[in-house]
Design a protein around this ligand. Structure first.
Ligand code: G3P
Ligand code: MG
Length: 236
Protein backbone atom coordinates (compact mmCIF):
# COMPACT_ATOMS: atom_id res chain seq x y z
CA UNK A 1 0.00 0.00 0.00
CA UNK A 2 0.97 3.63 -0.56
CA UNK A 3 2.86 4.92 2.51
CA UNK A 4 2.23 8.64 2.98
CA UNK A 5 5.26 10.80 3.71
CA UNK A 6 5.56 12.07 7.29
CA UNK A 7 5.81 15.86 7.51
CA UNK A 8 6.78 17.15 10.95
CA UNK A 9 4.03 19.57 12.02
CA UNK A 10 5.27 22.86 13.56
CA UNK A 11 8.62 21.04 13.73
CA UNK A 12 7.42 17.98 15.59
CA UNK A 13 5.21 19.54 18.23
CA UNK A 14 4.49 16.25 19.98
CA UNK A 15 8.17 16.04 20.88
CA UNK A 16 9.14 19.63 21.74
CA UNK A 17 7.53 23.10 22.00
CA UNK A 18 5.99 23.90 18.61
CA UNK A 19 7.77 26.11 16.08
CA UNK A 20 11.00 26.22 18.12
CA UNK A 21 14.48 25.17 17.02
CA UNK A 22 14.15 22.26 19.45
CA UNK A 23 11.00 21.09 17.64
CA UNK A 24 12.71 21.31 14.25
CA UNK A 25 15.66 19.33 15.56
CA UNK A 26 13.28 16.76 17.07
CA UNK A 27 11.53 16.36 13.71
CA UNK A 28 14.85 15.72 11.98
CA UNK A 29 15.85 13.33 14.77
CA UNK A 30 12.57 11.45 14.25
CA UNK A 31 13.49 10.95 10.60
CA UNK A 32 11.15 13.49 8.96
CA UNK A 33 12.20 14.27 5.40
CA UNK A 34 9.94 17.33 5.50
CA UNK A 35 9.26 19.85 8.27
CA UNK A 36 6.39 22.33 8.35
CA UNK A 37 6.36 25.53 10.38
CA UNK A 38 4.38 28.77 10.53
CA UNK A 39 5.87 32.13 9.67
CA UNK A 40 4.71 35.67 10.46
CA UNK A 41 6.19 39.01 9.52
CA UNK A 42 6.85 41.59 12.20
CA UNK A 43 6.39 45.26 11.16
CA UNK A 44 10.06 45.81 12.07
CA UNK A 45 10.74 43.62 8.99
CA UNK A 46 11.67 40.34 10.67
CA UNK A 47 10.19 36.93 9.91
CA UNK A 48 9.50 34.70 12.90
CA UNK A 49 8.03 31.29 13.66
CA UNK A 50 4.69 31.31 15.50
CA UNK A 51 1.34 29.65 14.86
CA UNK A 52 -1.17 31.86 16.69
CA UNK A 53 -1.51 35.55 15.95
CA UNK A 54 -1.29 36.08 19.73
CA UNK A 55 1.55 35.16 22.05
CA UNK A 56 -0.54 33.85 24.94
CA UNK A 57 -0.88 30.12 24.23
CA UNK A 58 2.69 29.18 23.38
CA UNK A 59 4.92 31.84 24.93
CA UNK A 60 5.47 33.78 28.15
CA UNK A 61 4.12 36.91 26.39
CA UNK A 62 0.66 38.35 25.93
CA UNK A 63 -1.22 40.03 23.11
CA UNK A 64 -0.82 40.23 19.35
CA UNK A 65 2.66 39.11 18.30
CA UNK A 66 3.11 41.67 15.55
CA UNK A 67 2.27 44.45 18.04
CA UNK A 68 4.95 43.34 20.49
CA UNK A 69 8.26 45.21 20.46
CA UNK A 70 10.64 43.04 18.41
CA UNK A 71 13.35 42.89 21.09
CA UNK A 72 10.79 42.01 23.77
CA UNK A 73 9.35 39.30 21.53
CA UNK A 74 12.81 37.81 21.15
CA UNK A 75 13.22 37.68 24.94
CA UNK A 76 10.06 35.58 25.45
CA UNK A 77 10.08 31.93 26.45
CA UNK A 78 8.41 29.86 23.72
CA UNK A 79 8.54 26.75 25.96
CA UNK A 80 11.49 24.69 27.17
CA UNK A 81 13.49 27.92 27.50
CA UNK A 82 13.42 28.24 23.74
CA UNK A 83 13.08 31.63 22.09
CA UNK A 84 10.84 32.44 19.12
CA UNK A 85 13.14 31.73 16.15
CA UNK A 86 13.57 33.83 13.03
CA UNK A 87 13.13 32.18 9.63
CA UNK A 88 16.88 32.45 9.04
CA UNK A 89 17.66 30.74 12.36
CA UNK A 90 15.27 27.92 11.42
CA UNK A 91 16.88 27.47 8.00
CA UNK A 92 20.39 27.63 9.48
CA UNK A 93 19.46 24.88 11.92
CA UNK A 94 17.84 22.69 9.28
CA UNK A 95 20.82 23.24 6.97
CA UNK A 96 19.25 21.21 4.14
CA UNK A 97 18.86 18.14 6.38
CA UNK A 98 15.10 18.18 5.66
CA UNK A 99 12.84 19.84 3.15
CA UNK A 100 10.95 22.82 4.41
CA UNK A 101 7.27 23.74 4.17
CA UNK A 102 6.93 27.40 5.14
CA UNK A 103 3.34 28.35 5.92
CA UNK A 104 2.64 32.07 5.52
CA UNK A 105 0.43 33.04 8.46
CA UNK A 106 0.38 36.81 7.99
CA UNK A 107 0.00 38.92 4.88
CA UNK A 108 0.82 42.55 3.99
CA UNK A 109 4.44 41.95 3.08
CA UNK A 110 4.99 38.40 4.32
CA UNK A 111 5.19 36.92 0.81
CA UNK A 112 7.73 39.53 -0.29
CA UNK A 113 9.89 39.11 2.82
CA UNK A 114 9.88 35.30 2.55
CA UNK A 115 10.71 35.54 -1.16
CA UNK A 116 13.73 37.74 -0.29
CA UNK A 117 14.91 35.29 2.34
CA UNK A 118 14.56 32.26 0.06
CA UNK A 119 16.20 34.06 -2.86
CA UNK A 120 19.28 34.41 -0.67
CA UNK A 121 19.17 30.67 0.16
CA UNK A 122 18.86 29.76 -3.52
CA UNK A 123 21.87 31.99 -4.23
CA UNK A 124 23.77 29.99 -1.57
CA UNK A 125 22.96 26.80 -3.46
CA UNK A 126 19.82 25.49 -1.75
CA UNK A 127 17.71 23.72 -4.41
CA UNK A 128 14.32 25.38 -4.98
CA UNK A 129 12.67 21.96 -4.47
CA UNK A 130 13.98 22.05 -0.91
CA UNK A 131 11.05 24.37 -0.19
CA UNK A 132 7.29 24.38 -0.35
CA UNK A 133 5.56 27.65 0.50
CA UNK A 134 1.91 27.36 1.48
CA UNK A 135 -0.88 29.50 2.87
CA UNK A 136 -4.60 29.66 3.53
CA UNK A 137 -4.31 33.24 2.25
CA UNK A 138 -4.31 32.50 -1.47
CA UNK A 139 -3.71 36.08 -2.69
CA UNK A 140 -0.58 36.20 -0.50
CA UNK A 141 0.51 32.87 -1.95
CA UNK A 142 -0.16 34.19 -5.46
CA UNK A 143 2.07 37.17 -4.70
CA UNK A 144 4.83 34.84 -3.52
CA UNK A 145 4.46 32.78 -6.71
CA UNK A 146 4.92 35.95 -8.82
CA UNK A 147 8.00 37.00 -6.86
CA UNK A 148 9.80 33.66 -6.79
CA UNK A 149 8.24 31.29 -9.34
CA UNK A 150 10.99 28.68 -9.04
CA UNK A 151 9.96 27.78 -5.48
CA UNK A 152 6.97 25.37 -5.43
CA UNK A 153 3.80 26.44 -3.66
CA UNK A 154 0.97 24.51 -1.99
CA UNK A 155 -2.61 25.59 -1.48
CA UNK A 156 -3.92 25.17 2.06
CA UNK A 157 -7.60 24.34 2.47
CA UNK A 158 -9.86 23.87 5.45
CA UNK A 159 -13.02 23.10 3.50
CA UNK A 160 -14.10 21.96 0.05
CA UNK A 161 -14.36 24.64 -2.69
CA UNK A 162 -17.21 24.61 -5.19
CA UNK A 163 -14.71 24.07 -8.00
CA UNK A 164 -12.77 21.41 -6.08
CA UNK A 165 -8.96 21.81 -6.55
CA UNK A 166 -9.17 24.40 -9.36
CA UNK A 167 -7.57 27.12 -7.20
CA UNK A 168 -4.36 25.06 -7.09
CA UNK A 169 -4.18 24.95 -10.89
CA UNK A 170 -4.81 28.70 -11.03
CA UNK A 171 -1.91 29.23 -8.64
CA UNK A 172 0.30 26.72 -10.49
CA UNK A 173 0.66 24.95 -7.16
CA UNK A 174 2.24 21.52 -6.85
CA UNK A 175 0.40 20.50 -3.71
CA UNK A 176 -2.99 20.63 -2.04
CA UNK A 177 -2.71 20.57 1.74
CA UNK A 178 -6.10 19.71 3.17
CA UNK A 179 -7.53 19.56 6.67
CA UNK A 180 -8.31 16.06 7.95
CA UNK A 181 -11.84 17.29 8.67
CA UNK A 182 -12.53 17.77 4.95
CA UNK A 183 -10.99 14.81 3.19
CA UNK A 184 -13.48 14.12 0.41
CA UNK A 185 -12.52 11.40 -2.08
CA UNK A 186 -13.84 13.58 -4.92
CA UNK A 187 -11.50 16.41 -3.96
CA UNK A 188 -8.56 14.00 -3.80
CA UNK A 189 -9.48 12.57 -7.21
CA UNK A 190 -9.71 16.05 -8.72
CA UNK A 191 -6.38 17.07 -7.18
CA UNK A 192 -4.71 13.91 -8.50
CA UNK A 193 -6.17 14.47 -11.98
CA UNK A 194 -4.55 17.92 -11.86
CA UNK A 195 -1.17 16.35 -11.01
CA UNK A 196 -1.13 17.66 -7.44
CA UNK A 197 0.41 16.06 -4.38
CA UNK A 198 -2.21 15.72 -1.62
CA UNK A 199 -1.13 16.19 2.00
CA UNK A 200 -3.45 16.09 5.01
CA UNK A 201 -3.13 17.84 8.40
CA UNK A 202 -3.01 16.97 11.26
CA UNK A 203 -2.79 13.20 11.55
CA UNK A 204 -1.63 11.64 14.81
CA UNK A 205 -3.77 8.52 14.84
CA UNK A 206 -2.46 5.29 13.29
CA UNK A 207 -5.84 4.12 11.99
CA UNK A 208 -6.56 7.49 10.40
CA UNK A 209 -3.12 7.39 8.79
CA UNK A 210 -3.81 3.97 7.31
CA UNK A 211 -7.26 5.04 6.07
CA UNK A 212 -5.76 8.08 4.33
CA UNK A 213 -3.03 5.91 2.83
CA UNK A 214 -5.71 3.67 1.33
CA UNK A 215 -7.35 6.78 -0.17
CA UNK A 216 -4.13 7.66 -1.99
CA UNK A 217 -3.03 10.58 0.18
CA UNK A 218 0.67 11.36 -0.45
CA UNK A 219 1.69 12.91 2.86
CA UNK A 220 0.47 13.77 6.34
CA UNK A 221 1.45 16.54 8.73
CA UNK A 222 1.99 14.92 12.10
CA UNK A 223 2.98 15.97 15.62
CA UNK A 224 4.20 12.43 16.35
CA UNK A 225 6.22 11.05 13.41
CA UNK A 226 7.61 8.13 15.43
CA UNK A 227 4.13 6.80 16.22
CA UNK A 228 3.08 6.74 12.56
CA UNK A 229 6.41 5.39 11.34
CA UNK A 230 5.93 2.40 13.59
CA UNK A 231 2.41 1.83 12.30
CA UNK A 232 1.98 -1.69 10.94
CA UNK A 233 0.54 -2.72 7.60
CA UNK A 234 3.05 -1.00 5.32
CA UNK A 235 5.86 -2.41 3.27
CA UNK A 236 9.02 -0.24 3.59
O1 G3P B 1 0.36 23.47 6.97
C1 G3P B 1 -0.46 22.50 7.54
C2 G3P B 1 -1.04 22.96 8.85
O2 G3P B 1 0.00 23.45 9.65
C3 G3P B 1 -2.07 24.03 8.67
O3 G3P B 1 -2.76 24.30 9.85
O4 G3P B 1 -3.28 25.63 11.82
O5 G3P B 1 -1.60 23.82 12.00
O6 G3P B 1 -1.06 25.90 10.76
P1 G3P B 1 -2.14 24.95 11.17
MG1 MG C 1 0.90 25.37 9.95
Amino acid sequence: MNKPLLIGHRGARGLAPENTLLALDAGIGAGCLWLEFDVQRHPAGHLFLLHDLTLDRTTSGKGVATECDWYELRMLDAGGQQHIPTLDEALDLIDQRARVNIELKTWDGTAAAVAECLKARLAEGWPAEQFLVSSFHLPELYEFRQLLPEVPVGVLLCGVPLDWAACATELQAVALNQSAEFVDARLIADAKARGLTVNVYTVNDVEEYQRLAAMGVDGVFTDVPGRLRNAGGFAD
